[in-house]
Design a protein around this ligand. Structure first.
Ligand code: AMP
Length: 125
């Protein structure tokens, strides 16, 4: 089944500037903004500006430049947001939900950066 990108999803609208966001960082290829319903003191979403539905779509079809840009931006944010141990933080968690089993709400690939408190176990028992 080919990847089917819905360009009416809320993150596509944010990229096009149709709805506002609280930007944390931006490059030519990627955007990072604060989650509207934060689940930790630090909760930032990092997305490519290109039309990819999830992590496997991005990894398979994004350009090397897009993959590198997103990866470097996540690293920079973890430092700038103060959650990376190298920046004196206590650590953080990256999450990327995909489709039904992953409970993905917005069908545009995104990585959650969560930190600023102890996050507990990865999944509920
Ligand atoms: P996921 O379940 O991984 O698809 O997560 C989607 C995330 O997007 C949720 O944490 C939402 O709170 C967040 N979200 C939805 N709409 C917006 C918005 N307009 N601005 C910022 N974050 C949003």
């Amino acid at each position: 089944m080919p990847y089917d990108y819905d360009d009416q999803n809320v993150f596509a609208k944010i990229i096009r500037g149709e709805i506002p966001n609280k930007t944390a960082a931006e490059t030519d290829l990627s955007l990072a903004f604060h989650d509207i319903r934060p689940q930790a003191p630090v909760h930032v979403l990092v997305i490519p500006k290109g039309p990819y539905v999830n992590s496997d779509h991005f990894g398979a079809e994004a350009t090397d430049a897009e993959v590198l840009d997103l990866t470097r931006l996540i690293a920079r944010l973890c430092t700038d947001l103060g959650v990376a141990p190298v920046a004196g933080g206590a650590g953080y968690r990256l999450i990327s939900n995909s489709d039904r089993a992953g409970a993905q709400e917005v069908p545009h690939f995104h990585v959650h950066i969560l930190g600023g408190k102890s996050l507990g176990r990865m999944l509920p028992d």
